[in-house]
Ligand binder design. Structure first.
Ligand SMILES: Nc1ncnc2c1ncn2[C@@H]1O[C@H](COP(=O)(O)OP(=O)(O)O)[C@@H](O)[C@H]1O
Ligand SMILES: Nc1ncnc2c1ncn2[C@@H]1O[C@H](COP(=O)(O)OP(=O)(O)O)[C@@H](O)[C@H]1O
Ligand SMILES: [Zn+2]
Lengths: 249, 249
């Protein structure tokens, strides 16, 4: 496995690794990861995407690859799945979408080792890692294994969300991982009929968090019915020329 | 500790335990748990609430008890915090809201043991347990320790959400835990100006999931600005006589 991949070190030496995470689930972390990866692919970069949310995997559905099984080159090397111009691997490509994976902490680490060491990625410009929500075993292991990664925090505008979401950014700073910034998702909803804008989940909390973390709010992505519709049919908006795609570029 | 609490067994023998969970985070699980507990309290029941989301705790902010520390009766017994007519315990009452708790799987189990054994709950009619998202160590341990509990699944309407959220319900059924039903949250948004209703996150997927799990959709809670506003200031809507309170009763 390592000979194909020239071992883990070269993979991450030439490759810029961006971990996308949030202390809180359901903020849109996987949607941002998938669209960011596809957007970078459309700009001509060679991009890999690891779905590190081993128990709560959702990347296969967002990219329309539910049920696709990866090919094995030999018993130690697997080929990632290719879709929308990027290379992807997820636990969802080894298990049924509705089956609960009842695993304990130590086993999860083993799967991630394989995603990083036994997948033949080739020479990548970017590797996007969609972290599981929270500050548990997996995000910590990945931060310790790849110290040169950058971290992108995703949150929604609620005060109750930004406090929980922000915890992982404090964790990243404790282990000297650079924070790229914060992507605020579901910032407002514009009524398709009367075009009034509503800050359903509030506003201003993300700016407070950015100040405390000494970083910037990079983008504010509105609640868009089209983003959800396309997610549900496995077509990330970043792949089509729609106006929604610009948030992720 | 056990003498005060007459040990774990009596606590859960007379008490109806409802675990509120979801395979996916950010669906409104903690908001449903907090409001359900407060609503049962207003109906005259003696209610306890355990925030079992040890790393991603959010109950203290939803109930306005951030920073409140529980009293210790002796070195083995702690008193829960009382607010809005219910008794509550959360990791957030032992740690700072913004500090990342960097813990590995086995330590989390120890904290939950303490929440169940070393807290003096008295005689409760209901115990609500707000589970962490996902199908990892903690939900599994709680299901194995309290086999007579009932399980309430919370999801949002998106296809991508219901598949991930549903995984924990399949897990509950595997370990013979009764499923009470499904609470769908953020079902639609009614524009405050033109009063048009939008299924921002789609519809119909929760009914499909309920059919597969052989259970019912108990309630559909709309996206309400007031639910979020009150959550952010620590006042659950179920405690006030507003129309939003009826969803949780
Ligand atoms: N800006 C948005 N507008 C509308 N729906 C969104 C938006 N971002 C995410 N979603 C939807 O919300 C759900 C949760 O997003 P997901 O990326 O799975 O969150 P996480 O990875 O943080 O759990 C998905 O069904 C997705 O389609
Ligand atoms: N029906 C609703 N309408 C508007 N906001 C809601 C609703 N339900 C939950 N929220 C908000 O969404 C955020 C996430 O809810 P939370 O209960 O913390 O989710 P979970 O426990 O599943 O992670 C909270 O800030 C809460 O205020
Ligand atoms: Zn309108």
């Amino acid at each position: 496995a390592n000979s194909m991949n020239q071992g883990k070190v070269p993979l991450f030496e030439k490759t810029r690794v961006i971990a996308v995470g949030s202390g809180k689930g359901g903020v849109g972390k996987s949607t941002v990861s998938a669209n960011l990866a596809v957007a970078l692919g459309r700009l001509g970069y060679k991009v890999g995407l690891i779905d590190a949310d081993v128990l709560g995997f959702s990347i296969p559905r967002l990219l329309g690859i539910v049920g696709e099984r990866p090919y094995a080159l030999d018993e130690n090397t697997i080929l990632p799945i290719e879709k929308y111009g990027i290379k992807v691997i997820s636990m969802g490509n080894f298990a049924d979408e509705d089956t609960p994976l009842i695993w304990r902490g130590p086993l999860l680490g083993g799967v991630l080792e394989q995603f990083m060491n036994d997948v033949y990625w080739g020479n990548l410009d970017y590797m996007i890692i969609d972290l599981p929500p929270g500050t548990g075993d997996v995000p910590l292991t990945i931060m310790q294994k790849i110290p040169e990664q950058k971290f992108l925090l995703v949150t929604t505008p609620q005060a109750s969300a930004s406090h929980v979401a922000g915890r992982i950014a404090y964790m990243a700073q404790k282990v000297n991982i650079d924070l790229i910034g914060i992507a605020e998702n579901m910032s407002y909803f514009e009524c398709p009929d009367c075009h009034k804008k509503y800050n359903i989940f509030g506003e201003g909390e993300t700016e407070k968090l950015a100040k405390e973390l000494n970083t910037d709010v990079l983008v504010k992505i509105p609640i868009e019915i089209k983003i959800r519709e396309k997610s549900d049919i496995g077509l990330p908006v970043a792949f089509i020329n729609d106006p929604e795609a610009t948030y992720y570029m």
